[in-house]
Design a protein around this ligand. Sequence first.
Ligand code: SAM
Length: 244
Amino acid sequence: KLSKRLQMIADRVPLGSKVADIGSDHALLPTYLAQQGIILFAVAGEVNPGPFEAATRQVLESGLSKKISVRSGDGLAVIETGEVNVITIAGMGGSLMASILEAGKHKLQGVSHLILQPNVGEDHVRRWLLEQGWKLESETILEEDGKIYEILTAIAVPDEEKRTLEALYNERQLPGEVRVSKERLLQMGPYFISEAPEVWFTKWESELKKLAMIKGQLQLSSAEASAAKAEQVSQEMKEIKEVL
Ligand code: SAM
């Protein structure tokens, strides 16, 4: 049985897809998708030898070698252009994820869905999607074993629609004269801010506590730069609180 996190990622994969799961580790996600008949074919990509071997073993033992190709390589280097229509990347930081997508962007032609689950740094992912003309289609958040995860799904749009994508991040006015900046929208999620799911509040309450600690530490330092940084953190906290 899959973890709740991987299950929610699996639920976003369209029926009949060809998927590349990048950083697949034990290839649990492609194995499940193939066993359930959700996908036609998958590539499980891994850059590290340990996880690559684990994925190879998993696919072999599940008897899925015809459906899942386990490949060793960095990011999207493991796929050919046009080979898959869905890419999943889960369980790594958002900035690594954005750099994997950036380095492999010439491989994205023919890809219709990017299903991304960054562990931290979701803003890097949203910014990359926006800058590269991918439409952020949905945001999901879940809690499992005391950890909170976000799943960002993006879809390819025709060129003429790309210039409309910025609108999702236009500065917004919330009730009570609160203005939400593009920066905050990228950080906290344009859909989450409207839909305000319970778990999302929990996440930002805990992020605020972390920021308060950082601010406290900066205030203890006598360096001039620290005072300015503390002021910045303070402003960020104020803006986050206004959104919540
Ligand atoms: N995707 C699985 C999940 O969500 O449960 C595994 C997540 S695991 C924490 C992250 C995996 O990404 C590791 O197995 C690591 O080797 C792999 N990884 C990190 N950087 C990578 C890269 N540039 N290309 C391919 N795989 C990478």
